[in-house]
Design a protein around this ligand. Structure first.
Ligand code: SF4
Length: 352
C-alpha cells in the first residue's frame, strides 16, 4: 500500500486535490477552444471515459470567451491553460474557469502575476504553477547548470512569490520530457513544500511510447507517495490518456478501477489464439464500461494451458485455462465448468 506524502487540500470546482483524496485524472482537449461545440463534444467524451478535470488551451480572447458557453454544458471542472498573455488569465477567470494554469517561464512580470492572484483570490479559484523545462529563463539556467536543480530553484522562486502575496491555493508541476530529471525534480521539491503536485511527462510521444514513459515517470513518483493529480500526455486521442491514467493508478492500487486482466505470455503449450481472446475481452470490458466502473476490483485471468493455468492464476477472482479446443472456467483456483474457447469472453462476462 502506497503511503501518500501529506499535502494541503486544493479545491478545483467540485474535485478536491491532495493527499486526503484519491489521485485525480486529468486530460486536455485537442480542439480549437473557440470552436465551443467541438470542444464541448470532446469534453463530454472525456467525461464518459472517466476524466475528472479537463484543461483547455486559451491562446486568445476568442478562446477565453468560449469558456462561458463550454462551462454551461460540461460536468467536470475546467482549467484554463495560459501562456504569454496574463490578460487571458483574467478573462478566463471572469468567464468561469475553475482553475488557471500559468507558466512562470513566459508570464514572469510580478505585476502581471499579482493581478492574476488578485483575480483568482476574488473568485476563490486555485492556480497551478506549471513549470516546464523548455521555458526556463536564461538567468536561472546559467546560475544552476544542472537541470534538476534549475527546475526546483525556479519552482521555489515562484512558490515564494505566491506565498509573499499570501496566496497558497496552488498546485505545482515540474514537467520535462526527460524522465530521470522530472522524477528527481519532483522528489526534491516534495521535501521542501506541502502543496499538491500535478504529475506528467511532457511531450511523451505517441501512445506506444508515451504510455511507457508516463508509466515509468508518473509511476515512480506515485510509488514514492508523491503526486495528487495526473495527466498522461499522448500524441493522439485524449480518451486514451484517461484509459492509460486509470491503468497506472489501478496497477499501483491507488484507485479501484474495476476489472484487471492478467494473461500468460503464451508458449509452445498454448493451443488457442489467446492474444485474440484477451483483445476481445479487453475491448468488451471497455465498451461495456466494466473495466473501470465495477464496484469491487476483479482480477480476470486468461491462461494458455491447463497445466500451469489455474495454479499460476490461483489468486485471480475468475479465469479460464485453455486446452486444445477446450477450456476450464475457474474461480479462485477452483474449477467451475468446461467451456469452448469461442464462448470464453461471453462466459467470463456472464460470470463477473
Ligand atoms: S500458462 Fe501455459 S501456455 Fe501460458 S505461458 Fe504458462 S505454460 Fe505456456
Amino acid at each position: 500500500m502506497v503511503k501518500r506524502r501529506k499535502t494541503l487540500t486544493i479545491k478545483v470546482g467540485g474535485v478536491k486535490i491532495g493527499s486526503r483524496f484519491p489521485v485525480s485524472i486529468q486530460s486536455m482537449t485537442k480542439t480549437k477552444t473557440h470552436d465551443a461545440e467541438k470542444t464541448i463534444a470532446q469534453i463530454r467524451r472525456l467525461e464518459k471515459a472517466g476524466c475528472e478535470i479537463v484543461r483547455i488551451a486559451v491562446k486568445d480572447s476568442k478562446d477565453a470567451e468560449a469558456i462561458k458557453k463550454i462551462k454551461r454544458r460540461i460536468n467536470i471542472p475546467l482549467v484554463a491553460d495560459i501562456h504569454f498573455d496574463w490578460r487571458l488569465a483574467l478573462l478566463s477567470i471572469k468567464n468561469g474557469a475553475d482553475k488557471i494554469r500559468v507558466n512562470p517561464g513566459n508570464i514572469s512580470n510580478p505585476n502581471h502575476l499579482k493581478e492574476i492572484i488578485k483575480s483568482a483570490r476574488k473568485r476563490k479559484i486555485p492556480i497551478r504553477i506549471g513549470i516546464n523545462s523548455g521555458s526556463l529563463p536564461r538567468a536561472i539556467s546559467e546560475r544552476h547548470p544542472r537541470r534538476t536543480t534549475k527546475l526546483v530553484a525556479f519552482a521555489r522562486k515562484y512558490i515564494n512569490f505566491f506565498e509573499k502575496n499570501r496566496f497558497r491555493d496552488i498546485i505545482i508541476s515540474l514537467k520535462s520530457s526527460d524522465i530521470p530529471e522530472t522524477v528527481n525534480a519532483y522528489r526534491k521539491l516534495a521535501a521542501l513544500c506541502n502543496y499538491p503536485f500535478h504529475l506528467g511527462i511532457t511531450a511523451a510521444g505517441t501512445p506506444d511510447n508515451g504510455i511507457v514513459k508516463s508509466s515509468i515517470g508518473i509511476g515512480s513518483l506515485l510509488l514514492d507517495g508523491i503526486g495528487d493529480t495526473i495527466r498522461v500526455s499522448l500524441t493522439g486521442d485524449p480518451a486514451e490518456e484517461i484509459i492509460a491514467a486509470k491503468r497506472i493508478l489501478r496497477a499501483l492500487q491507488l484507485r479501484n478501477f474495476g476489472s484487471d486482466i492478467i494473461s500468460c505470455p503464451m508458449c509452445g503449450r498454448c493451443q488457442v489464439d489467446l492474444a485474440k481472446i484477451v483483445g476481445d475481452l479487453e475491448h468488451k470490458l471497455i465498451a461495456y464500461g466494466l473495466q473501470f466502473t465495477a464496484k469491487r476490483p476483479t482480477t480476470i485471468a486468461l491462461m494458455g494451458c491447463e497445466v500451469n493455468g489455474p495454479g499460476e492464476a490461483g489468486d485471480a477472482d475468475i479465469g479460464i485455462a485453455f486446452g486444445k479446443n477446450s477450456g476450464v472456467l475457474f474461480k479462485k483456483g477452483k474449477i467451475i465448468k468446461n467451456i469452448k474457447p469461442k464462448d470464453a469472453v461471453k462466459e467470463l462476462i456472464k460470470n463477473l
